[in-house]
Design a protein around this ligand. Structure first.
Ligand code: COI
Length: 413
């Protein structure tokens, strides 16, 4: 009898615990719930069935782990989790959501719990790919304050992209306000200093229904965030690229120069083939002469020869990367001769170093490039001196480790 009363009390207490933990947004881990189950079992177990010494072992260990879990939950940190961050989606607490009115202006944005959104099956983004995305990062400094890196550049790039595919866009002020609100609402997900960053993903999509090929009559601007570490599985180690001859990323007059979602779907096939062959990613050539470097699937590319650093000029087929632009300025300020021009694939044979830049990849050194079956190697199996220098300069600035003489960071608190 005592046991059935105890069991029903146990079940209801445990149910209450699970309900409470799910309303906390799963902040308490599943293993913690086992620890609590142990505690309740001990608490409700008739004493005659359990001697003093076994009680101690029954409760002491789970209790210690539980306290540790609660502590990390309250501190909003978990060293284990931060250490294993890659570039995958970790769902966070809130997303920003704002709909355009029929006149194309945006207003009444709000923070909502992160989760699925409703889209009309005939929305322009689902049917014709009328959509853009952005990517930027927030970093936590040692003193706990938060830094955004050049967010107004993303706002401006979204406005330019929206114009190209006939969409209205939020103003720079609306964009910045939305980014700040989303980051602050998800503050607990920003990794501690040196452990990664919070990747911020703004989206602008045609949500209005269409059937014929016309721009949507309504748009959604949305931002979600996720804590991230290194983009490539190689971490900070040099990546291995293959030059793609059959597939191209962009064509003159197309949309290669804006961050439209379709640009990324179109490289998946070449990327998949390259990865199956063991390469990290693909380096694309121009689609007209099939001779000049364009981009890597998710980032811009730079070639170093002596004191000269060259990168393909942004003439419509190249994404005007914000990290690209920042590296050009940092390298110039360090005395390198930076050239934005046509860079021939043949130059890879003579190059001292090659590196990629992007918000997600930051500055990623290239260890080898394979072209027409010939493998060219850089950096003597390590990170090249110039790549390392530029990586360190840029990331110190982004993380607030050095004074920001460029005026690129925006402090949130
Ligand atoms: C970024 O670097 O932010 C990008 O948008 C590239 C994406 C494929 C992760």
């Amino acid at each position: 009898m005592a046991r059935s009363v105890m069991l029903s009390k146990l079940c209801s207490s445990y149910g209450a615990f699970l309900a409470a933990s799910s309303s906390l947004g799963s902040r308490i881990s599943f293993s913690s719930s086992y620890k609590v189950l142990f505690l309740y079992t001990w608490y409700l177990w008739p004493t005659e069935l359990c001697g003093e010494s076994s009680q101690f072992f029954f409760v002491a260990f789970p209790f210690l782990f539980l306290v540790k879990d609660m502590q990390s939950m309250l501190q909003q940190e978990s060293s284990g989790d931060w250490d294993s961050l890659g570039f995958g989606l970790v769902e966070t607490d809130f997303m920003y959501f704002m709909r355009s009115s029929s006149d194309g202006t945006f207003s009444k944005g709000e923070l909502l719990p992160f989760g699925p959104i409703q889209l009309n099956p005939s929305s322009a983004v689902l049917n014709y790919g009328q959509g853009l995305f952005e990517g930027l990062k927030a970093y936590r400094k040692e003193d706990g304050s938060i830094l955004l890196f050049r967010p107004e550049e993303n706002a401006l790039r979204m406005i330019a992209g929206a114009e190209r595919i006939c969409m209205p866009a939020p103003t720079v002020e609306q964009f910045l306000d939305a980014v700040k609100q989303t980051v602050l609402a998800n503050k607990r997900w920003i990794p501690p200093a040196g452990k990664g960053s919070l990747y911020i993903r703004p989206l602008l999509v045609g949500s209005g229904p269409v059937l014929s090929l016309v721009p949507a009559s309504e748009y959604i601007f949305l931002i979600y965030v996720a804590p991230v570490g290194n983009y490539f599985k190689e971490g900070l180690a040099p990546i291995n690229l293959i030059v793609e001859e059959g597939y191209h990323r962009a064509t003159p007059g197309g949309t290669g120069g804006i961050k439209t979602i379709g640009n990324y779907a179109s490289v998946l096939k070449a990327q998949k083939i390259a990865k199956e062959k063991g390469y990290s990613d693909v380096l694309y050539l121009d689609s007209v002469h099939k001779k000049y470097l364009e981009e890597v699937s998710s980032c811009n590319v730079f070639v170093v020869k002596g004191n000269a650093i060259s990168t393909p000029a942004t003439k419509g087929t190249i994404l005007p990367g914000i990290t690209r632009k920042s590296i050009i300025d940092v390298a110039t300020s360090k005395g390198y001769q930076v050239e934005e021009r046509l860079v021939s694939v043949e130059e890879l044979l003579e190059a001292d170093e090659v590196f990629c830049t992007g918000t997600a990849v930051v500055v990623s050194p290239v260890g080898s490039i394979t072209y027409l079956g010939k493998r060219m190697e850089y950096g003597n199996n390590g990170v090249g001196v110039v790549s390392q220098e530029l990586y360190s300069s840029l990331t110190s600035l982004q993380m607030g480790l050095v004074p920001d003489n460029m005026g690129w960071t925006m402090q949130l608190q």
